[in-house]
Unconditional design. Structure first.
Length: 150
């Protein structure tokens, strides 16, 4: 049997009454993160804001938590996570916060408890290292970058 990893969560005082990060369906990859704010705020088009979640994580070594946008928020309102995906490293013990930006055309109101992002736990290849070389192996793609396939 494969051992189950656990992300330990510390609730901060301003996270009281908010739900723990949770999957909304059995097949969901991400756990919703909620806004731990005292009063509603209006996010104007083109502006960004850092929203606290009210929680700190203890992530097992060999993992990270990626903070990703919620698709409905992006599709309906143009509000997304600015540095998507944001990374919460295993050795970070501070509060998880979300950088939201409004790419929409209308102001968007964020209220306490609103689901603002999702957290996805991912394994990290920690045994990799970087070494400097004079040449690299050839591939069919080569140095074809942005838009190279059309």
């Amino acid at each position: 049997m494969i051992p189950t990893q656990c992300i330990r969560i510390k609730r901060l005082p301003h996270g009281e009454s908010l739900p723990l990060p949770q999957r909304m369906t059995a097949g969901s990859s991400g756990c919703d993160l909620a806004a731990a704010i005292d009063k509603s705020l209006h996010l104007e088009p083109g502006n960004r804001v850092v929203i606290p979640t009210g929680f700190s994580f203890e992530i097992p070594n060999g993992y990270e938590v990626q903070v990703r946008p919620r698709s409905g928020l992006a599709a309906k309102h143009g509000v997304t996570v600015l540095n998507a995906p944001g990374t919460v490293d295993a050795d970070y013990r501070g509060e998880v916060k979300v950088i939201l930006i409004n790419f929409g055309t209308e102001p968007y109101t964020i209220k306490r408890g609103d689901r603002i992002a999702q957290a996805v736990a991912c394994a990290v290849a920690s045994e990799l290292s970087y070494t400097e070389e004079c040449t690299l192996s050839e591939t069919r793609r080569g140095d074809g970058g942005f838009g190279h396939t059309g």
